[in-house]
Ligand binder design. Structure first.
Ligand code: HEC
Length: 155
């Protein structure tokens, strides 16, 4: 959805630019009659969406809201339904202090590289069968990248 809005915004910007350019070109010919400037003001299409000023980390922090039901992110915060995720990127699976992991986790020989996190977040059960993370998975690759960018800041 966000992607579509951005695409539309980009298109609207391109149209506006094109109209502005043609208006400029025409102006020198018709000595500023004002006629050619009108279409630019009435550019068709939806109002351009606000420019995307957020960083992947900021978007990821928002997306993390759906993880935060089960996971804390700050150093020293308690485990919830899921383990605290401070420092998880680059760490071996199943190492948060005081969390009772499933056998799937304690048996796993997995390091949380960005690649492994990407697969796990996409489909936790497909990546590690029998684990207890009751999360359906994030199928949008861009959102996963944003979430991982945020997880990387937790150190
Ligand atoms: C319904 C609760 C729940 C939700 C929602 C959830 N998780 Fe989890 N997560 C868990 C549990 C429980 C585990 C441990 C699973 C086990 O022991 O089998 C876990 C494990 C993890 C681990 C491995 C941690 C480690 O110490 O090895 C990561 C990384 C993780 N979750 C990331 C996420 C992210 C990112 C999201 C959101 C996109 C998310 N989780 C959503 C419950 C949840």
């Amino acid at each position: 959805m966000k992607y579509t809005a951005l695409t539309l915004a980009a298109k609207a910007a391109a149209i506006t630019a094109a109209l502005t350019l043609s208006a400029c070109g025409a102006e020198s010919e018709s000595a500023g009659s004002g006629e050619t400037a009108a279409p630019a003001a009435a550019a068709p299409g939806p109002a351009p969406a606000a420019a995307p000023t957020t960083t992947p980390e900021e978007r990821g922090r928002k997306l993390f809201n759906e993880c935060a039901i089960c996971h804390t992110a700050k150093e020293g915060d308690p485990n919830r339904v899921g383990p605290n995720l401070f420092g998880v990127v680059g760490r071996s699976a199943g190492k948060a202090d005081g969390f009772a992991y499933s056998k799937a986790f304690t048996d796993a020989d997995v390091v949380w590289t960005e690649e492994n996190l990407n697969s796990f977040i996409e489909n936790p059960q497909a990546f590690m069968r029998g684990n207890r993370m009751a999360y359906v998975g994030q199928r949008d690759a861009e959102k996963r990248a944003d979430i991982i960018a945020y997880l990387k800041t937790l150190k």
